[in-house]
Write a protein that binds this ligand. Sequence first.
Ligand code: CA
Length: 670
Amino acid sequence: MKKHSVIGICVITVVFFAISVFSFAQEIPKFEVEEIIQYKELPSYSEAPELAEAVKKGELPPIEERLPKKPAVIMSSGMSDGPGVYGCVWRTVSAVPTAGWNWAAGVTGGWFGIEESMQEGLVHTGMAWRLKSGEPGPNLATHWEWSKDGKTLTMYLIEGAKWSDGHPFTADDVLFTYYDCILDPNIPSWQSAGTWTVGGEVAKLEKVDDYTIRWHFAEPFPVYLLWYMGYLSFSVAPAHVLKPYHPKYNPDATYDSFINALPPDKLPPVVVGAWVPVYFKEDEALIMKRNPYYWKVDETGKQLPYIGEFYFKKARAGVQRDLDLIAGTCDQTHLETPGLFTFVNEQARLPGAPFKIIPGAWTLTFTLEANLSLYQGVKDEKDLELRKLFRNLDFRKAISHAIDREAIAKMLVPGPMLRPLPSGFSSGADYYDPEVVVSYPYNLEKSKELLAGLGFKDTDGDGILNWTSGPLQGENLIVAVKIHEDQTACIDIVEALVPMFEKVGVRLVSKIVKSTVGVALDIAGEFELNMTRQDFLSSPYTVLASLAPVTPSTPNWHRAGPGDKRDLLPFEGRMMEIVEALKYERTREGRQKLFSELQKLWTENLYTIGIIEGIYNTAITKRFRNIPIGVPARLHQWFHLNVMQEQVWVPKEEQLPEFLPGVVVKYGKE
Ligand code: CA
């Protein structure tokens, strides 16, 4: 009897321990669009104290003149804590150089939330995870409607919103962004004409009036394009600022000078987002202040954002953000380095810890990509023989059976935060279907059998299999795996894979490269295996082109060679058909059916070789309010957009001093 109760207490303790450590995800509340955002006139408006001061001094027009007639109202019903108060600073880290402000030309501000703080799209893809519809929410486009035949889409833009310099935002900005940046082949924008080609024709965009635009498509209902009208793919650019630098409007301008027209020291850039960069020093910091013209308010009429300042400390490695968070000098990080999980969890549990963990979903994905191209990056006989080998399903199966995924998960972090990933989508991904997943789990004998069946034999007795025929006859079977140095976890995983491959007689050689070099090697197709974090697969509908060989550069592991040459594998034809059908599929059920078939093909053919998946957690300061329950570190978008940063606030007594108190964004006359 006594023994029983002791066991009972132990069980209860263990259960409580598990809950406190891994705080199982709460049910995520879902909303109608109108519960999160509406566009309407309010009886009165108010603003941050430093802006009110500037108005008093005559440096800014009154708030009513800076806001649209019907501003975007972030509704209390969609807030976790309700309307907030002004002040405080959001401190974080950026580990990528700031190249400049011409985002429409693919110039990066330094990632890590910098782009999301200053850019805005027509739609809001970061809102989708909270919406009942699961579709993108409104943003600069307040609403839209399809024609009966599905070949035109009319979008209504917010009327009277202004850029941060007070210039009106209109349809001209949208047309400039589309025609003169996205579609112009001389400009390295994030998306290009290929994305916008429907039924063989590039979509046309018509200006109906200053606040109405109309898309024209060759095929009915290309609904996937809505996902490309949001942040980054369609971050709207300020036409009035950029036109004078564009060769189309200025015969003296060049594309080179256009791309580099807005260097990082040209401050402040003109933005339509919530914060404006005002201070920048490479290797030190980037500081942004609230946009005096931001066009979103809360239901009490308070102009957003609540937080007056964003502080990005400049660092060399992304892991600095985790370390600063633990030290209490950074306010938020996505936890993507499993080696730190246990430590961060322990720190979060300490009494008085300045931060907490928001449990995420299973969308952290570590995968091996085997290069399947017979043309791109094939420089010699050895490349060609290896590619032929990779294209043989039996070889991919042999590799998969050689990987002890459980052991890798345990090695990286003990406990339930990592688990085996057979192939394809992670289990937290949108449209994941466990029923169709085919897996080839750890089985040394099967792996060896398959390799023997392919003709490999250790002919010289050194423990590594030899090629027994073809141009590489007599040589050991050696395969190189590329890893990007900033992805610490990938380096650890490959270290564990080397002895596992050795057990079945395959020598794995790791090749660690800088991430910029790695991207260049990807584009050139110059890798054998690629060990990578496939974040994009968490939201497959938003990356359709990356799922099958539908463009020359996708998927990364099967790019087309010179002259678009590519020999499709038998299952890839059907994958292309599925992707094409998905573009026009309007129902969730219809999409699910297609994605299920895609996942079956993907996993049974080991299109990629999964290693492990993990829970993508967020660590965040306890000061912040209005953090939506269960906000994902990564789903359709990164945390910064998912959280809707402009609604985040800090109670007065918990606020920190700003680095540049009282500074108001101002533009000199040119
Ligand atoms: Ca050998």
